[in-house]
Design a protein around this ligand. Structure first.
Ligand code: HEM
Length: 399
């Protein structure tokens, strides 16, 4: 019997901010794939099981092309025809277009290249902790720590001048929040595009020591470079920021795990992977079948939209022992929180460097760090936002 999920996106259960919504966990218990009728009437699918999510992510018969994404659980496109992704926005392209943009970038985001940034990331982190300490003994961890650190790192990497960062981050915040009106969203998107166009032209005229300037040596046009820069920013800012804030919240709610991490810094790498699995802030992605595909005993017909739930895949009991437990010593790796296949996160090594540096510095600097309000009062981001997390995280510590 086909299981059907009718209510997406669904809210998290009260008191369980880290667990996927109950309807999604229930759906996975019925099997790895469920029917999902989209609000516009399109008969789609929701995939919640680890193996199936992983195999679809690696299957070229499923497309990421933007122009095929007219069915969406939260956006009503009405009769509007969704246009193809603008040049350079390779997250929403298939091969061979996708490789044209990803290839010149790969060498700039390798493990080795990103490890070289560790010292600078530690320095940026220390500066923010100094400021927090000085203004303390309480802070909103989102504004004081989680947001600015990845923002500075990615701006430096791309070569966004320091004086432009405030207004630039303001526009990006708006179009990623999931909570602004359509008009504000369009205005913020246009302002970001305008700024990036100017930035690319400036790098072409006067190259500096950064990724965007390096890319002006490739055969990418200014318009394509603007698209690439937008994807790097959109993909790298909100994700890491939410991992830092929600990850800290999760650690503060599991004091034994936090104590273990403080006592044993060699746990840090594993802790970051486990937090990524447990929280899966990039919670779902959409693909469209390009041909009829037999999967899990069902035929996914050509043109059908499939929602891939990374957060339930990462909590699949057939793949992870005690999946709903945060266990920083967990050995069953292989989470899908950075995706899989051709679109697997390009910035994952950078994100790891940032998370390792930031979590360890934070918990060591403030041994008595705790929530400043009851956990139930922490405001969560709406499920309509692409990236899950907290809106703010009031914390305090002893001086
Ligand atoms: C903890 C933080 C992060 C998480 C959870 C995350 C998650 C993901 C996921 C799940 C995908 C796959 C999307 C898909 O299959 O459609 C992805 C792609 C991507 N990510 Fe990340 N990401 C993070 C940090 C970063 C950072 C710091 C960068 C900075 C450069 C970045 C750049 C990208 C890019 C460019 C893509 C598109 C790759 C492609 O289409 O080939 N990400 N990310």
């Amino acid at each position: 019997m086909e299981h059907t999920v009718t209510t997406l996106p669904t809210a998290r259960q009260p008191g369980c901010p880290f667990d996927p919504p109950k309807e999604l966990i229930d759906a996975r218990e019925h099997g790895p794939i469920s029917r999902y009728p989209f609000p516009d009437g399109h008969q789609g699918w929701l995939v919640t099981g680890y193996d199936l999510v992983r195999s679809i992510l690696a299957d070229p018969r499923f497309s990421s092309r933007k122009e095929l994404m007219s069915h969406h659980p939260t956006i009503d496109y009405g009769d509007i025809e969704v246009p193809p992704a603008p040049p350079g926005e390779f997250l929403l392209m298939d091969e061979p277009q996708h490789s044209r943009y990803r290839k010149p970038l790969v060498g700039k985001f390798t493990v080795r290249r990103m490890r070289l940034l560790t010292e600078r990331v530690e320095q940026i982190t220390a500066e923010h902790l100094d400021a927090m300490e000085k203004a303390g003994p309480s802070a909103d961890l989102v504004t004081a720590f989680a947001k600015p650190i990845p923002a500075i790192v990615i701006c430096e990497l791309l070569g966004v001048p320091y004086e432009d960062r405030g207004s630039f981050q303001g526009h990006i915040d708006k179009f990623l929040s999931g909570e602004v009106s359509d008009e504000e969203l369009i205005a913020a998107y246009m302002a970001t595009q305008q700024y990036l166009a100017e930035l690319v032209a400036a790098k072409r005229a006067n190259p500096t020591d950064d990724v965007l300037s390096d890319l002006t040596d490739s055969d990418l046009t200014n318009e394509e470079l603007r698209g690439v820069a937008l994807i790097l920013l959109a993909a790298g800012l909100d994700t890491t920021a939410n991992m830092l804030a929600l990850g800290t919240f999760a650690l503060l709610r599991t004091p034994a795990q936090l104590a273990a991490l403080r006592a044993d810094p060699t746990l840090t790498d594993n802790a970051v992977e486990e937090l990524m699995r447990y929280l899966s802030v990039a919670k779902q992605f959409v693909r469209v079948a390009l041909e009829d595909v037999e999967l899990g005993g069902h035929t996914i017909e050509a043109g059908t939209t499939v929602i891939l739930s990374l957060n339930t895949a990462n909590r699949d009991p057939e793949r992870f022992t005690d999946p709903h437990v945060l266990d920083l010593r967990r050995q069953d790796g292989g989470h899908l929180a950075f995706g899989h296949g051709i679109h697997q996160c390009l910035g994952q090594q950078l994100a790891r460097v940032e998370m390792r540096a930031a979590f360890s510095a934070l918990i060591n600097r403030f041994p008595t760090l705790r929530l400043a309000v009851p956990a139930e009062e922490i405001a969560l981001r709406p499920e309509t936002a692409d990236i899950y997390g907290v809106k703010s995280l009031p914390v305090t510590w002893d001086v």
